[in-house]
Design a protein around this ligand. Structure first.
Ligand SMILES: [Fe+2]
Length: 156
């Protein structure tokens, strides 16, 4: 069912929708992973890591909404269902249970690195088909790379 008319050609909307949908599942999962670690981190750096993880949660939730609504604006139905996220996310499985602060930071370094690599591919893929979506993805990638830097510095 097509309710919203897309401003893009069919070929371009396919490329852009794949990029936005991929970004959506990665960002939803990043918010879940960051909350999981936020709840389970232990150790001397608990306070700073615990609080920084909620910055990632807020960032990921805000940007997941941005890419989902960008897809909708292009006439593409966003899919943020748990099953879709579980299958499509580029982030590895987070171990269950308590996690010491160094491992917690390492988990975020890995998760952010995985998402950033995929986001940079999406930035390249959307350049010609839709620079407006590309601009959204560039902004998100910059925010993710800032967090990636800070978590790497935490374990430096
Ligand atoms: Fe909390």
């Amino acid at each position: 069912m097509y309710v919203v008319k897309s401003p893009l050609s069919d070929a371009n909307v396919k490329t852009v929708s794949e990029a936005l949908q991929g970004a959506l599942v990665d960002l939803v999962d990043l918010a879940l992973v960051a909350k999981q670690i936020h709840w389970n981190v232990v150790g001397p750096r608990f306070r700073s890591v615990h609080l920084q993880l909620d910055e990632v949660v807020t960032l990921a939730r805000t940007h997941s909404d941005t890419v989902a609504e960008r897809a909708a604006a292009l006439g593409v139905s966003p899919d943020g269902r748990a099953a879709t996220v579980a299958v499509g996310s580029g982030i590895g499985v987070t171990p269950e249970g308590w996690v010491d602060d160094t491992a917690a930071v390492g988990t975020l370094v890995d998760a952010l690195g995985a998402v950033i690599a995929r986001m940079r591919e999406r930035v390249m893929a959307t350049a010609e088909p839709d620079p407006v979506s590309q601009d959204v993805l560039i902004t998100i990638t910059a925010d993710l790379e800032k967090q990636h830097w800070m978590f790497q510095a935490e374990n430096g």
